[in-house]
Ligand binder design. Structure first.
Ligand code: NAD
Length: 299
């Protein structure tokens, strides 16, 4: 039976350490602050945003949500981001995705000043992360997965890490982090057009799944002793839950646990780590701005 990699517990330890750093920054006159821009009223997005700002406040940081109407124009949204870019009390800015279809999400993400881009989605940060520059803001989910692997002492050097999914926010940056000097993994990236997916997943020493399809990975698709990181978040109707649904990942958890050496649960695995790394990135932004004595001058 697999060891459970407890993202909630790892997060608790990390957040305790970060709370001390926040207190030290506050003593120096700086309250790290995150501003989240939420367009429209998608219930899932509202829930994500509220857990992000609550996590900030629990650490002693400032967490602010700016709610904009569903029909906000690109120019109005840019104006809000401009104000946040120029506000020295705001260290991190995040625009919650997905955006309504009429908004050009790439241009919106590029409008956030790279020094405040705590999601790490600006092309400048993506490039800095790709070349291994420590100034980069690394996207929170892959950063959280790397932190979990490190803190759980999961060997990566020379191991075969197979990633399912090729998204810009999880899989691509994760591939680059895992293959970098240090982790030194051999990485295979698979996606919706991969032929015979199981032939790749069966080779994995570490299997990371970021797709969004319940039960995509079944027990016959993994080898004994694999370490499984399940990023997927799928809502399944559940009348016994007060919310009417429960969250499951992309992996057939019960059956795969019988074969795996270690596995992340959903919920309680990658999810809390993602928020923890958002807090870490906001703290990094505040520290970097303190060191520069600026608020978002171009670098
Ligand atoms: P996405 O939705 O942008 O893309 C999905 C990827 O899956 C694509 O690259 C596609 O090629 C691949 N894919 C689709 N069908 C496939 C198949 N049958 N076989 C192999 N690959 C297939 O990806 P995303 O934004 O990385 O999100 C993936 C999942 O991870 C979603 O469930 C999302 O909710 C979840 N997620 C969770 C967190 C967290 O903090 N826990 C963070 C980000 C995303």
């Amino acid at each position: 039976m697999a060891r459970i990699i407890d993202g909630t517990e790892i997060s608790r330890v990390m957040r305790e350490q970060m709370a001390q750093e926040v207190a030290a920054l506050k003593a120096a006159g700086i309250t790290p602050g995150l501003s989240v821009v939420l367009v429209g009223n998608n219930p899932a997005s509202q829930a994500y945003v509220s857990s992000k700002t609550k996590a900030c406040e629990a650490l002693g940081m400032r967490g602010q949500t700016l709610n904009l109407p569903e029909n906000v124009s690109t120019q109005e949204l840019f104006a809000v981001i401009d104000r946040l870019n120029a506000d020295s009390s705001v260290h991190g800015i995040l625009v919650q995705l997905p955006l309504p279809a009429h908004l050009p999400y790439k241009a919106v993400l590029e409008h956030i000043h790279p020094d405040k881009d705590v999601d790490g989605f600006h092309p400048l940060n993506a490039g800095l992360a790709f070349v291994g520059d420590p100034r980069a803001f690394v996207p929170c989910t892959p950063a959280g997965i790397m932190e979990m692997i490190r803190r759980e002492n999961i060997p990566t050097r020379g191991k075969h890490a197979v990633i399912v999914g090729r998204s810009l926010i999880v899989s691509k940056p994760l591939a680059s982090l895992l293959m970098a000097p240090g982790p030194d993994a051999t990485v295979t990236l698979t996606h919706r057009h991969t032929q015979d997916l199981a032939s790749f997943t069966r080779q994995a020493d570490i299997l990371i799944v970021a797709v969004g399809k319940q039960n995509l990975i079944t027990a016959d698709m993994v080898k004994p002793g694999v370490v499984v990181i399940d990023v997927g978040q799928n809502r399944v109707p559940d009348d016994s839950s007060p919310r009417g649904y429960r969250m499951v990942g992309d992996v057939d958890y019960a059956a795969v646990s019988e074969k795996a050496e270690a596995i992340t649960p959903v919920p309680g695995g990658v999810g809390p780590m993602t928020i923890t790394m958002l807090l870490a990135n906001t703290l990094q932004a505040a520290r970097q701005m303190q060191a520069r004595g600026t608020s978002g001058n171009p670098r």
